[in-house]
Write a protein that binds this ligand. Sequence first.
Ligand code: URA
Length: 257
Amino acid sequence: MFDVGYDVEPFRQLCENAPTSSVYPVDRFRVEWGPIFHRGRLDGTARVLVIGQDPAAHEAVARRILCGVAGHRVQGFLAKLGIDRSYVMINAFLYSLFGTDAPTHTQDQLDDRFDWIEAILETGAVEVVVTFGAVANKVWARYLQNRPPATPVTQVAAVHPTAHLSDAQLLDNWNAALDRAHAAISFPDQNLPLIHYADDWDDSVDLVAIPGFDLPAGLPAWMAGAQTWAVRGDDRAPVPTASRITTTIPESDRIDR
Ligand code: URA
């Protein structure tokens, strides 16, 4: 099973018209890796809309957002809500940030994000919007000001999956977010009792694999795994870090020849 991509409107047109470096300047964004649009359902079946921040190295290779460790944590969060298929994810920025701080969105950047949010809400059945991190939260707040949805949607604001907080602080925040999201979802994929996070990450349950049906056809299964397989740059050759992503098959998936 794989994700068929952007073959339906209005998403096809949104990809066709994706903003380029005139909207995402090269000094702040890694536009050379292309726009990375989404992950999840665009067929109207999503019950949860996730808004993340910006794509990183794994996402640039897999061509879907939230595929690295942040994505596995988000997938685990959704699993606790009984959501294993009916979600869709976009980022606050269409391109990967270059540099440490997120710049304030320009109106053109926002307009494209608003078009995506509107398309998802208008073609679907989203019950909850979960924003991960302050940048995503701001995009949603600006969306509500600019294009108030006809039917109100519950927002749950959570800290980003890789926020610089202690594990206990992050998981405490996520437990509160789980409570609010759980109460707002009437049609989960699985009716599960809500089990909160402990004080520490337990990677064996809290990191959930990216389903093959979220990824483009032909992507090897190890690219859906939780082990880090892509890093920016490498220590061999003198190219700018932004110009190289090193991809390494995890040891457990290597073929012995
Ligand atoms: N990858 C994404 O696509 N978004 C995030 O917010 C973090 C990592």
